[in-house]
Design a protein around this ligand. Structure first.
Ligand SMILES: [Zn+2]
Length: 412
């Protein structure tokens, strides 16, 4: 047994002579910095001024930070190195974390919600999410598809969390809500009732988004965020395996997975720099796709819903790139964002066509502009290709359009 002391007023484990001391950040802030040679900081993605000060005051100490989501802006200025020992994907594949599926039963329109320091403004998001239609949808979805799963619900603010718990309870799904001010005894009573199955859904804002280990197999996300960290922390609550909760269903009513991606695809391999009060919004992977029939969210390249078998449709106003990414049609030019590889292919075909017809290379250069709205810069190689039928028919259609335009000009 290792001799461990707890630095807290009147704690049973208080033992100043123990070589290992456990201390909360709050206690640390109120006391003088204790002597140490190694400092281990848990949940290091949460900013703590006192840790920052400690690092600056004692550069001779070794600080080891632990986090599942080292994505807070400014972390690169505090920590010198990042070691990724294992990823969420690894842990799911190895069977240590639950398999999970995500549904987007409704996706809110957040286009009018203000973004402050990179994150949705809570007031605006609450106005959208607390609309009775949406509240009703969330309830109805759980009634129809919830399978009575022990579930955590995430709401935008305390009033929203309280209301959701009330609506669920009124509909016969015993629910509770927990906030930061809920005292320890009440929280324990709620968690015990939840474990016994007497409470089905616990609603909170962020209180339940960290450090909770309850048997959970459902997550209702009704709190839009632009923070991949928060997204991962919330879904992460349901990924821990407990007897009876080996798989997780996520009902994402906030558009978070469609906006930020599946949590097992998120990349935490780089410590972000920048100002710490700004939410980092970064994504490299193509986003998940929603099944139009059953709202199951599938991997980007999947063409058929693994859940209901429906063929996936590309929504209006979007086009799909070769790697499965949906990109909006550019509203200004009516042109879609096209991957470089596709443009390179076109440039080659246009050069090939020019060679066939004995046109100058400049012809291909201008046709490329006509097609994509940009000139083929030096990144594009001048490699002639045999024109594809698609390129040939496009050239033909442009020639016809040009002829018609000439005729129209002559007639006027
Ligand atoms: Zn489906």
């Amino acid at each position: 047994i290792v001799d461990i002391g707890a630095m807290q007023a009147a704690h049973v484990r208080t033992n100043r002579r123990a070589p290992v001391q456990i201390c909360s950040v709050q206690t640390l802030e109120r006391r003088e910095l204790p002597p140490a040679t190694v400092v281990i900081v848990d949940e290091a993605h949460v900013y703590a001024g006192v840790i920052s000060k400690w690092m600056q005051a004692r550069p001779d100490l070794v600080f080891i930070g632990l986090s599942a989501t080292p994505g807070r802006a400014g972390m690169a200025d505090e920590w010198q190195d990042l070691i990724v020992s294992v990823t969420t994907r690894d842990l799911i594949e190895a069977g240590y974390l639950s398999q999970y599926t995500v549904y987007a039963p409704t996706t809110p329109d957040l286009s009018n919600v203000k973004i402050v320091a990179g994150e949705y403004q809570a007031k605006g998001a609450a106005e959208v999410m607390a609309q009775s239609g949406l509240v009703g949808d969330i309830l109805q979805n759980y009634v129809l598809h919830g399978e009575d799963r022990p579930t955590l619900g995430f709401a935008v603010n305390v009033a929203h969390a309280k209301r959701m718990a009330e609506e669920f309870t009124a509909a016969g799904i015993p629910s509770a809500f927990v906030e930061a001010r809920t005292d320890t005894l009440e929280r324990e009573a709620i968690q015990n009732a939840f474990t016994r199955g007497e409470i089905r859904v616990i609603w909170s804002v962020r209180t339940m988004a960290a450090g909770v280990d309850l048997p959970i197999s459902g997550i209702i996300d009704a709190a839009p965020t632009r923070s991949a960290m928060l997204h991962q922390q919330k879904i992460g609550r349901g990924l821990r395996k407990n007897p009876g909760t080996e798989d997780l269903k996520v009902w994402d009513h906030a558009g978070n997975t469609l906006r930020l991606g599946f949590v097992h695809e998120l990349d935490w391999s780089t410590l972000p720099g920048g100002k710490r009060e700004v939410v980092k919004v970064e994504r490299k992977q193509p986003l998940p796709k929603e099944c139009g029939e059953c709202h199951f969210l599938m991997e980007p390249k999947v063409k058929e819903c693994p859940c209901c078998g429906a063929a996936r449709k590309v929504p209006n106003g979007y086009v799909e790139t070769a790697d499965g990414e949906l990109v909006p049609l550019n509203a200004e030019t009516g042109r879609a964002k096209v991957p470089t590889a596709v443009k390179q292919e076109w440039y080659g075909c246009l050069l090939g066509y020019a060679a066939e017809r004995g046109y100058a290379q400049g012809w291909a250069y201008h046709k490329f502009y006509e097609k994509f709205g940009i000139y083929p810069a030096s990144q594009f190689k001048k490699i002639q290709k045999i024109p594809t039928p698609e390129v040939r028919s496009w050239i033909k259609s442009r020639a016809i359009a040009a002829a018609k335009a000439r005729e129209a000009r002559r007639a006027s």
